[in-house]
Design a protein around this ligand. Structure first.
Ligand code: HEM
Length: 382
């Protein structure tokens, strides 16, 4: 991305401050840069190795819970799984037991985002509408949980190896010390929200696409069986699970969870011969670009082979950007690739998923690209 300092986050994300405060997604300028430096170590390699163990453990728990022949909503199964992973990697908390409650609060909040983005929503927010009340209750419940955890950690000062410990331990070089409770809360909530729904959508679409492309599914099974030979996947297997990662990459090409990325121009600028005025909203959509036949011939076709190193290198850089780019590129990108690959491999070792007869599949572009009717699929033993 060029000229990136000429843009701020668009109004939608600025409105998200109501929930996320000044976390990484929503903050700007010097504050963003400082926070980014403070949060970054939570995604360094030694930490990732720790998270990988959590990911596999929860994937195994999920696959053991499923029964041959049952029909599940794979969208909510993936949400439950990635929520459990982020709960454990962030807070060392087993939120799976409370997923129902937290999950409900999250859904209320995500629905609320639609309202927050409407014109005049600043005023709507002050009205005693049931949806606003639900949002405020959900926010209060989440805050209560998170501040409780922060207080507990500050009292014990132990490093539990999770993201929250890292946020509390992090210090910057400029002597400004660490983060206040509120900053830690904002970052934790940001990572919690940004860190599970997107991955869950990516996996949901992946299972759907695999069910429609049995050839690719077979290749995936061969790889998983060949590399793992029946044992659970772990961090060191990742370089060998290449096809698994290619499947994920191709699913995120067709159904990028963050389907649109918006910015507001601070000053006028020129783009491809067009004069863009100050204050203009610019939206770039991975969904649109990643289905452009100039970059991806026969774009509707699901073809993981597009992601062999040679094919990948033959394309221009920004024709594929499910994680954004530049200074605001997704901080959880490596976490997400690792999680997606491990979860996919662990579940595909045991199960094959088939779309339930008559189930309608239609994308629903909210903040993330959901599937409108969930994803009802039948579990078949391999
Ligand atoms: C498949 C999964 C994911 C996708 C598709 C995704 C996509 C994105 C995109 C497109 C952005 C840039 C938004 C913009 O420029 O306006 C972003 C930012 C961000 N993502 Fe992700 N993400 C994923 C997983 C995660 C995970 C697992 C985490 C954390 C554990 C995470 C945390 C964040 C944060 C904190 C930002 C803001 C970064 C900043 O502005 O400095 N994401 N993500």
């Amino acid at each position: 991305m060029t000229n990136q300092n000429n843009f701020t986050k668009s109004r939608a994300l600025q409105r998200a401050k109501v929930l996320l405060g000044e976390g990484l997604l929503t903050s700007e300028g010097a504050l963003h840069l400082r926070q980014r430096r403070l949060v970054q170590p939570a995604f360094h390699r030694p930490r990732l190795i720790g998270y990988s163990k959590v990911m596999t453990a929860y994937a195994l728990r999920t696959r053991e819970r499923w029964r041959a022949g049952e029909t599940l909503d794979v969208a909510s199964e993936m949400m439950r799984l990635t929520l459990a992973v982020v709960g454990q990697t962030l807070f060392s908390a087993d939120v799976e037991a409370e997923t129902g409650e937290i999950g409900e609060a999250m859904t209320a909040i995500l629905r609320m985002f639609d309202l927050l983005m409407m014109p005049f929503s600043e005023y709507l927010e002050k009205l005693p509408l049931p949806s606003i009340r639900r949002f405020e209750k959900a926010r209060a419940r989440l805050d209560q949980t998170i501040y409780g955890m922060i207080a507990e950690r500050r009292a014990s000062v132990e490093d539990r190896g999770d993201l929250l410990s890292m946020l509390l331990l992090s210090r910057d070089d400029e002597g400004a010390g660490g983060m206040s409770d509120q900053q830690v809360r904002d970052e934790a909530l940001t990572l919690f929200l940004a860190g599970h729904e997107t991955t869950a959508q990516a996996l949901t679409w992946t299972w759907y696409l695999l069910s429609q492309n049995p050839e690719c599914e077979r290749t995936l099974h061969e790889e998983v069986d060949g590399v793992l030979g029946g044992r659970a996947p772990e961090f060191d297997d990742l370089p060998q699970l290449r096809y698994t990662e290619m499947v994920l990459a191709e699913a995120m090409r067709l159904y990028p969870p963050a389907w649109a990325i918006g910015r507001k121009a601070i000053a006028p600028f020129e783009l491809g011969g067009y004069q863009i005025p100050k204050g203009a909203i610019i939206i770039v959509s991975p969904y649109v670009i990643q289905r452009d036949p100039r970059f991806f011939p026969d774009p509707e076709r699901f073809d993981p082979e597009r992601w062999t190193p040679a094919n990948r290198d033959a394309r221009p850089k920004f024709c594929y950007f499910p994680f954004g780019g530049g200074a605001r590129v997704c901080i959880g990108e490596r976490f997400a690739w690792m999680e997606g690959t491990l979860l996919l491999a662990a579940i595909a070792q045991k199960w094959r998923l088939r779309l339930a007869p008559g189930h309608r599949v239609e994308p629903l572009p909210l903040i993330t690209l959901r599937s409108k009717y969930g994803m009802k699929m039948t579990v078949e033993a391999r």
